[in-house]
Design a protein around this ligand. Structure first.
Ligand code: ZN
Length: 470
């Protein structure tokens, strides 16, 4: 390309200003009138695309087979570009398609001809995924949980604030506004026509492993999310706080939980969250599917360990409730708070343990390891073995309560629960029943705490008769 004298003069001037020395390299850029490099201009891109297509079309026509992505008869590429940033993958990148050993190849096909994708589609999917895998995209396109990177997008392009609103900050005002609209049958503009996609990727050496793939209508996703958060709600035992700010008061319904909080509820530490957990949660949240029993099992296992209080987190109880309700075949659904008409034996046994705990506290105060610390495990798996002696113990605790009103109230509560139970308590409880036990225990305790607060407030307002406090 010949330079015009004026351009040559400008180049010499720039070289002198920048003190170019012998041996320095100079790069020339050809730009449009608006200073856009020509291959970044619309015309430049169109030229390059046509040129490359012509080149591909002329190449090995005899190899042309239907492309797995676009279905057109084209010569497949032998290797694809690497995906960057897939968890546990090689730092140099991972491949979604790779047939690098003879044993992976069939019928004499070479490399990626075993899963033929044309050059254009190969570039499109690798570059698209590499964009979605970026960690600093705004709005976010990627969520990492349980060692899996999930990428979200819509058929129209970006999934906008979807990840932020529903997985990271489902308690935001924006999420609340959307959810209220969805509940009344109003979907966000455009949602009924859109499809939502999500891909879960995990690395294994040089390969990217697809752990899950979602394809659902955005309208269904919104409707399922509304149901999901309803199914997870539980009445709070304590205030829900974060960094000193109270977000939901004790006695109210729990906040909509974030994805990582739910994952964390199933394990002792983040790194112990099963790789299958986030996938199961996404399926349940976005597609309205059942939660596998292992989710409730993981939560139930955490309950009696190490100590109480902290282990009955709203997310954990919410997950047990959601798992059981979605899997129940005709049984009475578990409510967010105490259900006095639920006569399931396991639920009643859980309520009974909470009442016995309250009687012990009222009678003998804080005794260090109380009956729940000592017997929760056995009571929730083999009630018939434990409750006999505990009921005998309760009689002496009741006798030790000084406040008559409190003793009468607790005795009445105890009789009310026992009256609903068959004389022979269950010998063993299945995993599902252990979940109902946990929720019965939690509900009774949350109910008591709410009652105590109500009476305290009434006393403060001077409207309560004296002698009924607990
Ligand atoms: Zn193609």
């Amino acid at each position: 390309m010949a330079l015009e004298p004026a351009q040559l003069g400008a180049a010499r001037g720039a070289a002198s200003t920048n003190k170019v020395k012998d041996g320095d390299r100079i790069a020339l850029a050809v730009t449009t009138a608006n200073n856009v490099p020509i291959f970044d201009s619309t015309a430049g891109r169109a030229f390059w695309r046509t040129y490359r297509q012509a080149q591909e079309a002329g190449k090995k026509e005899q190899d042309a087979v239907p492309c797995l992505c676009c279905g057109k008869e084209k010569a497949p590429v032998l290797t694809s570009e690497k995906l960057m940033g897939v968890p546990d993958g090689q730092p140099s990148g991972t491949s979604l398609l790779s047939f690098d050993k003879d044993s992976f190849q069939s019928l004499g096909w070479d490399q990626n001809k075993n899963a033929p994708v044309c050059a254009e589609c190969s570039l499109a999917y690798t570059r698209g995924l590499n964009h979605l895998l970026l960690r600093n995209n705004v709005p976010r396109t990627r969520v990492d949980q349980g060692g899996v990177a999930f990428q979200f997008w819509l058929d129209s392009g970006s999934a906008g604030d979807f990840v932020e609103n529903w997985l990271e900050q489902p308690d935001s005002e924006e999420a609340e506004r959307l959810l209220s609209a969805v509940r009344t049958g109003q979907l966000p503009p455009g949602a009924p026509d859109r499809r939502l996609f999500a891909l879960g990727l995990r690395g294994n050496g040089g390969r990217a492993v697809v752990t899950d793939w979602f394809d659902t209508s955005l309208a269904d996703a919104y409707r399922n999310l509304a149901r999901w958060f309803d199914d997870l709600a539980v009445q709070l035992l304590f205030d829900e706080k974060e960094k000193g700010t109270v977000y939901a008061k004790a006695g109210a319904l729990s906040r909509r939980p974030r994805l990582w909080v739910l994952c964390r509820a199933t394990a002792r530490e983040d790194k112990e969250v099963s790789t299958r957990t986030p996938t199961a949660l996404f399926r349940a949240a976005l597609r309205g599917e059942q939660l596998p029993l292992v989710i409730a099992q993981a939560c139930i296992r955490r309950l009696p360990l190490d100590g109480f209080g902290d282990f009955f987190t709203p997310a954990r109880i919410g997950l047990i409730r959601c798992t059981l309700n979605r899997r129940s075949s005709g049984e009475r659904n578990l409510m967010p708070g105490l259900d006095p008409d639920n006569n399931q034996p396991a639920y009643l046994c859980g309520r009974l343990l909470a009442t016995l705990e309250a009687i012990q506290y009222a009678g003998v105060g804080d005794v260090g390891a109380n009956i729940v610390d000592r017997f929760y495990g056995k009571a929730s798996t083999a009630p018939a073995l434990v409750f006999g002696p505990l009921l005998t113990l309760a009689q002496s605790h009741l006798g030790a309560i000084d406040n008559d009103g409190q003793r009468v109230n607790l005795d009445r509560e105890l009789s009310e629960i026992i009256g609903r139970l068959e004389p022979d308590l269950p010998r063993t409880l299945t995993l599902e029943a252990q979940g109902r036990f946990a929720i019965g225990y939690y509900h009774q305790k949350a109910h008591r705490f709410a009652e105590i607060r109500r009476r305290r407030d009434e006393r403060a307002a001077g409207t309560s008769p004296s002698g009924t406090q607990e």
